[in-house]
Design a protein around this ligand. Structure first.
Ligand SMILES: Cc1cc2nc3c(=O)[nH]c(=O)nc-3n(C[C@H](O)[C@H](O)[C@H](O)COP(=O)(O)OP(=O)(O)OC[C@H]3O[C@@H](n4cnc5c(N)ncnc54)[C@H](O)[C@@H]3O)c2cc1C
Length: 456
C-alpha cells in the first residue's frame, strides 16, 4: 500500500482529567457516571450526535433478570431505568423463556436521560468527537488525540476506559486482541427499523393460539396470552411460505419487538454477512446492502404476518448495529465453558445470565445455549495486557467468540461499565496501575452502591 509521512504538529490540550471514557454507549454511560461519583474530573467523548450507542437503535435491554427470575443487574444500570420509567421511556423488567429478561426502552428518551444524568454528575461530555489516536508515556497512556470539526486536539487523562465497542483505544495502544472466530468470521450486523400502525394485539392473539399456524421459537403460546409486550422470534413456517411465493429474506427467523408506543414494532431481520465493523469501506457496503433488504422484509411482514396488514414503515435506526469486532486478550479470557457452567470468580464484578446467542458468521441462522442460572464476569477480563492505565468495558472485553455472544448484551455491558468506572476511580485515588486495583475494595464498593454480586 502507498504511504505518506504525517508531519509533526503541535496540538492544543483541551482537557486534562482524572478519568476519560471513550464511547457513550451502555458501558460508557455507566463508566463515566461511576467514575465521577466522588469528585474526580471525568470526561466522555462520543463520535455521534447523541449518547446511548446501541441503546438507541430500537433494541430492548436484555438480562436485567436472571434465568431464575431474580435481578442480576442492579446498581447504576437500574437507576438509569428508574429515570427512564419516570418519563415513560422504559418498561419494567419482564421474564422471557428465550431472552431471559426484556426491558423495553424508547431511544429518544435514552438520549435525553443519558445526557441529563452525565451533566448532573459533572461529566464533561463532548459529542461529535472521534477518538483517533493515543499519546503514550512508557507503558501508560498519557492521553488521546481526538478529531472534530475543530481539527486535531489532545485530551490528557490519568486513566482511560475504552467503551468504543470496537476496542479502538486498546487497538491503537497495541494491546493484543482477536477478531471473530478461528476463521476470522464475525457475527453479522443488522440495520434495525421500526413500523407503525401494527395491530400488535392481533399478532399476540395469533401467537397465543396453540392450534394456530404461527409458532415462536422456544416461547410457548401461553407466554403471549399473558404478555402484551413481547419479542417474537420464529414464524419459520410463515417465512418458508413467503419464500415459496418468491419473497427473499436474509434470515431464517422473524424477529419482531413490540415498542413502547401503541402500534409500534421494531424489526431485527436484516443481516449482512462478512461486514467488518472496523473498516469504513466494509461498513459502507454493509449499510447499503442492509437498506436494500428492508423493502423485501416489509413485503414479507405486510403480506404474511398477522397484524401487519395496515402497517407502515416508520424510522430506520441511526446506524448499522454491529454485533462483533475486536475483543481484547486481557488478563483473563472468558469462555463458553465459564458461561455454561455458571462459573463463579473471586474477582467477579458483575453477574449475567443471558445464553450464548451466536448469529452465525455465514448463512442466516443463529444458535442458542443457556446456562442453568447465571455466571460471573471477572475484573481481569476488563484489563488489557501491556498498558497500565487502560480499562475496557462492553462488547470488546476479553472473551472468546462464543462467550462474547452472551456477554455482549446491554445489561451486562452497563454493569461492566459501572465496575470499570469504579475501578478507574480507585486506581486514581490510590495511584496504582489498573491491574493492581484492590479487588475486594472494588467489589465492596460495587455492593455498597447497590450492584449485585453473588458472593463477597
Ligand atoms: C442488531 C443487534 C441486535 C442486538 N440485540 C440486543 C438486544 O435485543 N438486547 C441487548 O441487550 N443487546 C443487544 N445487542 C447487543 C448490544 O446492543 C451491544 O453489544 C452493546 O450495545 C454493546 O455496548 P457497548 O457499550 O460496548 O458498545 P456500543 O453500544 O456500540 O457503544 C459504543 C459507543 O462508542 C462510540 N464510539 C465508538 N468508537 C468511537 C470512537 N472512535 N470515538 C468516539 N466514540 C466512539 C459509539 O458511537 C457508541 O456510542 C444487539 C446488538 C446488535 C448489533
Amino acid at each position: 500500500m502507498k504511504t505518506i509521512i504525517e508531519p509533526e504538529k503541535k496540538l492544543p490540550v483541551i482537557l486534562d482529567v482524572d478519568v476519560l471514557v471513550v464511547g457513550g454507549g451502555p458501558s460508557g454511560l455507566m463508566a463515566a457516571q461511576a467514575a465521577s461519583e466522588d469528585g474526580l474530573k471525568v470526561a466522555l467523548i462520543e463520535s455521534r450526535s447523541f449518547l446511548g450507542g446501541n441503546l438507541t437503535i430500537g433494541l430492548p435491554i436484555l438480562d436485567f433478570l436472571g434465568r431464575k427470575g431474580n435481578q442480576v443487574i442492579k446498581g447504576l444500570p437500574q437507576k438509569f431505568i428508574d429515570r427512564l420509567i419516570k418519563r415513560n421511556g422504559a418498561s419494567n423488567h419482564q421474564s422471557c423463556p428465550l431472552h431471559v429478561s426484556i426491558t423495553f426502552i424508547e431511544p429518544e428518551d435514552v438520549k435525553m436521560v443519558a445526557m441529563d444524568m452525565l451533566k448532573e454528575s459533572g461529566v464533561n461530555v463532548l459529542l461529535y468527537t472521534f477518538f483517533s489516536d493515543i499519546i503514550t508515556e512508557g507503558d501508560a497512556l498519557k492521553g488521546i488525540i481526538i478529531e472534530s470539526k475543530r481539527g486535531r486536539e489532545a485530551i490528557l487523562s490519568r486513566v482511560i476506559i475504552d467503551c468504543t465497542g470496537d476496542a479502538d483505544v486498546a487497538f491503537r495502544a497495541g494491546a493484543p486482541y482477536l477478531k471473530g472466530n478461528e476463521h476470522g468470521g464475525m457475527q453479522p450486523p443488522t440495520l434495525m427499523f421500526s413500523m407503525m400502525n401494527v395491530d400488535t394485539e392481533k399478532l399476540r392473539l395469533c401467537l397465543a393460539d396453540e392450534n394456530g399456524p404461527y409458532k415462536a421459537d422456544k416461547i410457548p403460546p401461553s407466554y403471549f396470552a399473558e404478555h402484551q409486550r413481547f419479542i417474537v422470534v420464529g414464524l419459520r413456517e410463515t417465512m418458508e411460505k413467503a419464500e415459496k411465493d418468491g419473497v427473499t429474506l436474509p434470515v431464517k427467523r422473524t424477529i419482531i419487538i413490540t415498542g413502547l408506543k401503541k402500534g409500534e414494532v421494531w424489526i431485527n431481520m436484516s443481516r449482512v454477512n462478512g461486514v467488518d465493523g472496523t473498516d469504513p469501506a466494509s461498513l459502507t457496503e454493509g449499510e447499503y446492502e442492509a437498506r436494500k433488504q428492508v423493502d423485501e422484509i416489509i413485503r414479507y411482514l405486510v403480506g404474511y404476518v398477522p397484524g401487519f396488514e395496515q402497517a407502515l414503515f416508520d424510522r430506520m435506526a441511526p446506524f448499522l448495529g454491529i454485533r462483533e469486532t475486536r475483543r481484547i486478550i486481557g488478563n483473563y479470557v472468558l469462555t463458553r465453558d465459564d458461561i455454561l457452567s455458571c462459573r463463579k470468580f473471586d474477582d467477579a464484578i458483575a453477574v449475567a445470565s443471558y445464553p450464548l446467542d451466536l448469529h452465525h458468521p455465514v448463512g442466516g441462522d443463529c444458535s442458542l445455549e443457556w446456562c442453568d442460572d447465571c455466571y460471573d464476569i471477572p475484573f481481569r477480563s476488563l484489563v488489557p495486557q501491556q498498558i497500565s492505565n487502560l480499562l475496557v468495558a462492553g462488547r470488546c472485553i476479553s472473551a472468546t467468540h462464543e462467550a462474547l455472544s452472551s456477554v455482549r448484551i446491554m445489561a451486562p455491558c452497563m454493569a461492566m461499565g459501572e465496575a470499570a468506572g469504579r475501578a478507574a476511580k480507585i486506581a486514581v485515588r490510590t495511584g496504582v496501575p489498573v491491574a493492581e486495583v484492590d479487588i475486594s475494595k472494588l467489589r465492596e464498593e460495587l455492593v455498597a452502591k447497590g450492584a449485585y454480586l453473588r458472593h463477597l
